[in-house]
Ligand binder design. Sequence first.
Ligand code: IPM
Ligand code: MG
Length: 368
Amino acid sequence: MSNPSLLILAGDGIGPEVMAEVKRVIDWYGTKRDMVFDVSEDLVGGCAYDKHGTPLHDDTMAKAQEVDAVLLGAVGGPQYDDLDFSLKPERGLLRLRKEMDLFSNLRPAQCFDALADFSSLKRDVVAGLDIMIVRELTSGVYFGEPRGIHTEGNERVGINTQRYTESEIARVARSAFELARRRSNKVCSMEKANVMESGVLWRQVVTEVHQKEYQDVELSHMYADAGAMQLCRWPKQFDVIVTDNLFGDLLSDAAAMLTGSLGMLPSASLGLPMANGRPKALYEPVHGSAPDIAGQGKANPIACILSFAMALRYSFDAGSEADRLEQAVERVLADGARTADLLGPEDGTPISTTVMGDRILAALDASL
Ligand code: IPM
Ligand code: MG
């Protein structure tokens, strides 16, 4: 049998720096755990635009469709701000999500005990937090038509369309219910059914799927604005949150801060099973390209490393190896390892991206 294949798209800004640490972790699994991956690398985002004039070359898209999993760093940077919309770095990422049909985006927000005091919320509000946001990723206002900017009379009008079909809602709802069954068995669905027809349909379809297939799971509904408020007030009331593309984008950034830093949050974007039974999959940190600190060795590689742990769990059926990696991260944090994003102004000297990688590898070694 051939080795499982990975396509690494490190992208822009801090993407390559944090991905360099992930590559060391991948090598560690090859040499120490006999889990060898066939790794290839390519470009996405601004760096792809610089080389090819497009944020995602067709050949790269084709490769992404063939591998067992894609690992992505980050895309974007201020030098691309004035590009036409279709050429912006973000379009490369959105094309991958859309064409791979990665409809279920898992964004876990877990508060490591060592960071509970660093969250902007009080320790008892966040300590032990473990929630999962399931964000619909291939539809909604991100992709709906019509869209664009045109002129009506003597002024410009900007248009985007929120559009969801029943089947799009049903499939992401199912993936949330399935996940909940393996966790605390609770799903909260968030939309704005009070003002949006797409929200009314969302609530109806989630309720129908629940009635027909998942009555054993506890289901509740919340308007997304109230959901944002509840996430800050008492986040531990949630287990799995399922929501649309745009609300999921916002709510997951908010949830990230509960855990102490955006530099901590991994994600998995999953689609339908391929011929080999593995789901189409892309793994990426929730943080962006952070151009202000790029190239300085300041970035926190943990979100990207934890994204690889999610790959072990969801693509490669290696849950205990994923646990090993997550526990290694937990251990180095408990030992006080802190990149700059995990320190306040008076909190001492941060370690670099590479040193954080060193520490995590040492903790992996110690786990053997
Ligand atoms: C995210 C990001 C992306 C999004 C951007 C980079 C297109 O914010 O993954 O949360 O809006 O989906
Ligand atoms: Mg976002």
